[in-house]
Ligand binder design. Structure first.
Ligand SMILES: Nc1ncnc2c1ncn2[C@@H]1O[C@H](COP(=O)(O)OP(=O)(O)OP(=O)(O)O)[C@@H](O)[C@H]1O
Ligand SMILES: [Mg+2]
Length: 263
């Protein structure tokens, strides 16, 4: 679904990633963990194309759509809540905008182009987009009376829910989120946990929230020493396994020490 090949990232002398090759597969939810400053946010920015790696590349399976939870809470201030959600599907939104412009300046030539665009529009389920977006907003507790409010006029808690709806809109094939629970209220976190636990596509999420990771992750991806290792299971399972492995290593070292002394 999403492949990372020979990825290296370096800031000055600091090496964040060193020749990482890995894959993110459909149907899995990966919780990216690692120490503060390990490079979790940088990794998500590279996966989503917001940042270029020093070397290597990322490739998304052709025809698949990726969606990223917007971090800038003011990015859509001039749009209505509904429009913000619709803009989550860039291809569909682009087609709709082009069709509207062509209709406004209707000629025979334009009619042909409109026909072509409409085929793709229908494939992308364009006719239902507005009602789907409205349903998503309502499910996230945003009343219909606020769907046409400007984002700039919404209070912080509503705004982050609209941005969440934008990321989820149209069931993207790959969904990328950096610390989504940070700005959400308890009720919305529970809603999101439930949504992601039943999500069939690929989710890649950074979170410090253990409870959240436990409820949504099928895999834990640990960033350590410039590499990324995937482990199946949720956070608690990863934590207990890694504690056990550390204890076993310590015991083996102790035994080796004792043997050395004996000899
Ligand atoms: N554009 C940049 N230029 C130089 N250094 C950077 C840049 N972006 C990030 N860094 C550095 O790279 C390291 C990793 O940053 P990043 O934000 O990816 O870490 P993180 O794992 O998300 O940390 P946190 O848990 O605090 O969110 C940090 O030391 C940071 O200062
Ligand atoms: Mg970060």
């Amino acid at each position: 679904m999403l492949s990372v090949s020979n990825l290296s990232v370096q800031f000055g002398k600091r090496v964040l990633f060193d020749d990482v090759t890995t894959q993110f597969t459909n149907g899995n939810c990966y919780g990216i963990i690692g120490a503060n400053g390990a490079g979790k946010s940088t990794f998500l920015k590279i996966l989503s194309g917001q940042m270029e790696p020093t070397s290597g590349h990322v490739s998304l399976e052709p025809g698949k759509r990726m969606s990223v939870l917007e971090q800038n809470h003011h990015a859509y201030d001039e749009y209505t809540a509904l429009e913000t959600v619709l803009r989550g599907n860039k291809e569909l939104h682009g087609i709709k905008t082009e069709i509207d412009a062509l209709y406004a300046d209707y000629t025979d030539e334009n009619a042909e182009r409109i026909g072509e665009l409409q085929v793709r529009f229908e494939e992308l389920n364009g006719w239902n987009a507005e009602s789907d977006a409205a349903t998503l907003l309502s499910n996230l507790g945003i009343d219909a009376s606020q769907h046409y409010s400007l984002m700039g006029d919404l209070d912080g808690t509503l705004k982050v829910r609209v941005l969440l709806a934008q990321a989820l809109f149209g069931n993207p094939d790959v969904l990328i989120m950096d610390e989504p629970t940070n700005d959400l209220d308890y009720e919305t976190i529970t809603w999101l946990e439930n949504f992601l636990a039943h999500y069939d596509n690929c989710v890649i999420v950074v979170s410090h929230d253990r409870h959240f990771l436990d409820s949504v992750c099928t895999h834990i991806s640990d960033i350590d020493f410039g590499k990324i290792n995937h482990y199946s299971g949720n956070y608690t399972f990863w934590y207990e396994s890694s504690q056990l492995a550390a204890r076993q290593r310590a015991q083996q070292n102790k035994k080796a020490e004792e043997k050395k002394k004996e000899l």
